[in-house]
Design a protein around this ligand. Sequence first.
Ligand code: CU
Length: 111
Amino acid sequence: MKFIIVIASLIFSFQFASAVSNESGQIVELKVTEKGFVPEKVDVKPGTSVVLKITRKTDNTCAKQIKISSRNIKKDLPLDKAVSIDLGKLEKGDITFACGMDMMTGHIIVQ
Ligand SMILES: [Cu+2]
């Protein structure tokens, strides 16, 4: 329920961003396929509020969890069901995400 409100308010702020404020937000969609996390690299601008939306599309993967060590986040990824992770406003740097065993990784590059 909380995620729905977050997403709804993000969509709302997108639509009115230019008129009301210069706050920027972005929903980053990731998929888990046989190749791993797709896309493997995501570029965002510093100061952007990011919500990750991850959908696992295959059972043929070890990435049935996503782990973001720098944020102490570990979440199960059910098949074909989008999981949202609100990362808040991102500062310059590199956020690494991985499967539960750190075998498959990807990056959010903030620059
Ligand atoms: Cu793994």
